[in-house]
Each structure stands twice: as structure tokens, then as C-alpha cells.
Design a protein around this ligand. Structure first.
Ligand code: SF4
Length: 238
């Protein structure tokens, strides 16, 4: 599988290029809260909610002390307000109770697996959110698996899995060295623009020779691009 992922990565780079990265990695507390807000919504709405939250309460300690209803009101535009507010509170309470400070600098000394175990022990934080912290803030070679990454890797035939969490486990130790950010970002581009959930547009796909999807569609027209805004690559500039 390592070789296959390497091949996919190279073909995607030839087609999409190497995606830009934030010059300074985003603070992990900012990043994890932005990721919680991004669950099951589009990047524009989660960006709005994150911006509103930061503008209203510039210090995360203020958010930790906030009544749940107030926090829910502030992040409502991102949807699932009650659930997301509860996860944000659980995270901030965890940091204050266990570490005495709202900072995630302690993660630097942990291995990838220790970080995944630590963060997923917090209520409302799943493997995807924890792996985003690893990739975007700590710059580890870990590829978060969202619905696009899961769908495209299964269609290509690189994995045969029934959920994003299982895909993550399958590919976790097989990502080419230093390639996780480009691999993750380009697979999302592929999933949004070409290998869409509504159906694949195979005639323009850079992976068509390698792909083993039995329902390849070479007649489907390209159509418009799906959402092409990457929240997690932008939060350092908010
Ligand atoms: S060839 Fe078609 S099915 Fe395969 S990855 Fe490309 S768009 Fe998706």
C-alpha cells in the first residue's frame, strides 16, 4: 500500500501542484476549536462561527467560563450548536483541570499515538479532529480522513473500508515521508472537484489509469467546482 499511496501522491502533485501551507502553524487550541466547529458543515459557516467567537471572546478563558447557552448562541451559524459548544467546553475544562492552563504545548513531547489517545479521551473529540491537530498545528506526518479522503481512496482501490475512522487506521503508518499535508489537501481537492460524492468525472482525473473503481464514468461533465475554501489552512490569518 505504501507504494500505491506514493504513486497517488505524485500524480496528484503533478496535477494540482504542492498546496501552500501556513508560514506559521496555527495554535493547536485555535485549530481544534475551528475543527470542532467545522464538523458536518461547510467551511464558510464554520469560518464565520470561529471568527465571531474569537472577536467576541479573544481569550479562551472567557469561553471556558461562559454559560453553555451563550456559547451555543455565538456558534449557532456552524450548526449543531449544542453539541459543538459542549465539545468546546469539555476541551477547555480538560485543559484547565488537567494542565492548569489553556494551552496544548504539552503535546509536543508526545508521540502521534499518545496525542490521539489523549485528545480522543475528551468528550466530543474524535479521531479526525485529533488528527487535524497533528497535521496542521504539530506538523506531524499524519493524514486526517474526512468524507472526501475516505471516498476517493476507496474508489481508487487503495483501501476497502467502511468508515473514515477505519481508513485512517489503514493508511496511518503508510503515508510517504513528509507528504501528509499535500496528500490530504490534494485528495480533498480531488474529492471536491473531480471524484465528487454525486459521481466521478473520470475523463479529467489524473488517477484514471491507476484507479480500480468499477463504476468509472467517462461521460459525466465536469460542472462547477465544489467548495474550494480550506478552513484549517486559513485560521492563522483570522
Ligand atoms: S478515475 Fe474516476 S473514480 Fe477513479 S479516482 Fe478518478 S474520478 Fe474517482
Amino acid at each position: 500500500m505504501k507504494q500505491k499511496l506514493d504513486k497517488i501522491n505524485n500524480l496528484l502533485i503533478n496535477f494540482f501542484g504542492i498546496p501552500a501551507r501556513a508560514a506559521v502553524p496555527p495554535d493547536p487550541v485555535d485549530l481544534i476549536i475551528a475543527t470542532i466547529l467545522s464538523q458536518n458543515t461547510n467551511d464558510k459557516n464554520s469560518y464565520k462561527a470561529f471568527r465571531k467567537l474569537k472577536a467576541k471572546y479573544p481569550d479562551w478563558r472567557q469561553v471556558q467560563r461562559l454559560k453553555p447557552e451563550k456559547l451555543e448562541d455565538t456558534v449557532r451559524v456552524a450548526g449543531l450548536a449544542q453539541q459543538k459548544a459542549a465539545a468546546i467546553k469539555a476541551l477547555l475544562n480538560y485543559l484547565i483541570t488537567k494542565k492548569g492552563i489553556i494551552s496544548m504545548d504539552y503535546l509536543e513531547q508526545f508521540t502521534d499515538d499518545q496525542i490521539l489517545d489523549d485528545l480522543t479521551s475528551i468528550q466530543g473529540i474524535g479521531i479526525k479532529t485529533a488528527s487535524c491537530v497533528l497535521l496542521f498545528s504539530l506538523e506531524r506526518n499524519v493524514c486526517p480522513v474526512d468524507t472526501h479522503v475516505h471516498r476517493t481512496l476507496n474508489r481508487i482501490g487503495a483501501v476497502e473500508t467502511s468508515s473514515p475512522a477505519k481508513t485512517f487506521t489503514e493508511i496511518k503508518d503508510k503515508i510517504p515521508a513528509q507528504a501528509a499535508h499535500q496528500f490530504h489537501t490534494n485528495l480533498i481537492k480531488l474529492g471536491r472537484e473531480i471524484c465528487k460524492s454525486s459521481g466521478p468525472v473520470c475523463y479529467i482525473c489524473p488517477l484514471k489509469k491507476l484507479c480500480r473503481y468499477p463504476e468509472k464514468d467517462f461521460h459525466r461533465k465536469a460542472g462547477g467546482k465544489e467548495n474550494n475554501f480550506f478552513l484549517l489552512d486559513s485560521i492563522d490569518s483570522i
